[in-house]
Design a binder for this molecule. Structure first.
Ligand code: XBP
Length: 249
C-alpha cells in the first residue's frame, strides 16, 4: 500500500535549474569579478555533476584553478549563488510545476505522508517552498532530507535511505517522483519505486525500471504507464494504481 510520496526538488517540484540556479551562479560569478558565465547548454552538461558546490569545483578544475584556491572559491561562490537564488525565488521567479500542488494537497488529505529527498542545500529548498507554499511549508512534510543531511549526493542512495528511516517505512510503501538519471539511480538503489516526470534538462532520461514516465504531472498525455490514464492531470488515484500495478520494468 502506498503510504508516502518522496519528492525530488530541482526539475521535479519546480523547474529551478535554467532560470533559477543557473542565473544565480552567473550572478555569483559577476559578484566575484569573474568573467565567465554559464550558458543554458553548458549548464545542461554541468548538471551531470550533482550538487552546486561540486559543480563549481568541477568547473573550476577545468579552468585550471588550483587547490587550495579552488575549494575556497567554490565555497564562496556557492554561498553567493544561494543568496542570489533565495532573492530570485522570493521575488516569485520560480513556481511549482503544473499538477504538483494538487498532488501534494491530495496526498495529505488522503493521509499519505510527504518527504523531500534532494541533493540541494536546505536553504534553497526552504526558499523555494516558503514562496510556493507559504512560510508554514515545513508542516506539510514528514521528512526533509537535503544536502546537509545526506552529503553523499545522488546517485548515491543515502538521501532515500535516510528518508525511509525518518518515515519508518519500507521502500515498497513509498513512491519517488524524480526527473534526472542520478535521482532515478538513487531511488532505485534504495529499492524505492519511481515515477519519472521529465524536465527541461532531462527530456530523454532513460525510463528503464520506472513505474511510469511522462512529460508533466499536469497532464496524462504522453505518459508510458501500466494503467492507462484518463485525460487530465496525474491524480493521486493514478499514482496509487501505478504503484499497485508496478513491478518495475
Ligand atoms: C539538484 C542539484 C542541486 C542544484 C543546486 O538536486 O543537483 O545541486 O542544481 O543546488 P535534486 P545546490 O535534483 O536532487 O533536487 O547549489 O544547493 O547544490
Amino acid at each position: 500500500m502506498l503510504e508516502a510520496l518522496l519528492w525530488d526538488v530541482d526539475g521535479t517540484l519546480a523547474e529551478t535549474e535554467r532560470d533559477g540556479h543557473r542565473v544565480a551562479f552567473n550572478e555569483a560569478f559577476a559578484e566575484h569579478g569573474l568573467p565567465w558565465r554559464w550558458s543554458e547548454s553548458e549548464y545542461g552538461r554541468l548538471l551531470e555533476v550533482s550538487g552546486g558546490r561540486e559543480r563549481l569545483l568541477h568547473d573550476l578544475a577545468g579552468r585550471g584553478v588550483e587547490e587550495p584556491r579552488r575549494a575556497a572559491l567554490a565555497a564562496s561562490l556557492h554561498e553567493a549563488k544561494n543568496r542570489a537564488y533565495g532573492r530570485l525565488v522570493a521575488a516569485g521567479g520560480i513556481g511549482l510545476r503544473p499538477g504538483v500542488r494538487p498532488l501534494l494537497e491530495g496526498a495529505l488529505a488522503a493521509g499519505l505522508r510527504l518527504a523531500i529527498v534532494t541533493t540541494t542545500s536546505g536553504v534553497n529548498v526552504a526558499a523555494l517552498l516558503a514562496t510556493a507554499l507559504g512560510t508554514n511549508w515545513r508542516e506539510r512534510f514528514a521528512a526533509v532530507i537535503a544536502a546537509e543531511q545526506a552529503p553523499r549526493k545522488k546517485p548515491d542512495p543515502e538521501a532515500y535511505r535516510l528518508a525511509l528511516e525518518a518515515l519508518g517505512l519500507a521502500p515498497g510503501s513509498t513512491l519517488a517522483i524524480e526527473d534526472a538519471p542520478a535521482g532515478l539511480r538513487a531511488a532505485a538503489s534504495a529499492g524505492v519505486p519511481v515515477i519519472l516526470q521529465r524536465s527541461y534538462y532531462f527530456p530523454e532520461a532513460p525510463d528503464q525500471g520506472t513505474l511510469a514516465a511522462g512529460p508533466s504531472l499536469g497532464d496524462t498525455a504522453g505518459w508510458r504507464a501500466p494503467v492507462r490514464p484518463a485525460p487530465g492531470p496525474v491524480t493521486l488515484e493514478l499514482l496509487r494504481a501505478w504503484h499497485a500495478a508496478g513491478a518495475p520494468r
